[in-house]
Design a protein around this ligand. Structure first.
Ligand code: AMP
Ligand code: ZN
Length: 117
């Protein structure tokens, strides 16, 4: 069921503390941790504690938590004192989504080209 922890979900396991992660922020509804394969000096993933398969599903089921995610993404940028940053939601395998639990990538600390690849 949407929102319930999924046994086979890596990020649900991070939320449950069953897999270690470098957690940089936590709220009642979200967790932020450093990406294991960073693509920039700051590369943090902000996820809802509840399981939703992607950002659109999260926004449809729990819009207030989608807003929490954006607020926390900005808080990560502030915490790492980023001058500029990019927030990315890869949605669908063709766009590079590999983990089917909604997550915002917060990238910064280097120049970021536009358009992205
Ligand atoms: P995406 O490809 O947009 O679904 O993003 C998934 C991200 O999760 C990738 O950037 C991975 O490097 C990252 N990732 C995978 N496993 C872990 C882990 N155990 N801890 C932190 N980040 C992870
Ligand atoms: Zn999950």
């Amino acid at each position: 069921m949407a929102g319930e922890p999924q046994d086979d979900c890596l990020f649900c396991k991070i939320v449950a503390g069953q897999i270690p992660a470098t957690i940089v922020r936590e709220t009642d509804t979200t967790v932020a941790f450093r990406d294991i394969n960073p693509q920039a000096p700051t590369h943090v993933l902000v996820i809802p504690k509840a399981h939703h398969k992607d950002a659109a599903a999260l926004a449809a089921a729990a819009p207030e938590v989608a807003a929490d995610l954006l607020r926390e993404a900005q808080a990560v940028a502030d915490q790492d004192q980023l001058e500029s940053h990019r927030i990315v939601f890869n949605t669908g395998s063709g766009a590079g989504q590999t983990v089917w639990h909604a997550h915002a990538h917060v990238l910064g600390g280097r120049g970021l080209h536009w358009p992205p690849g």
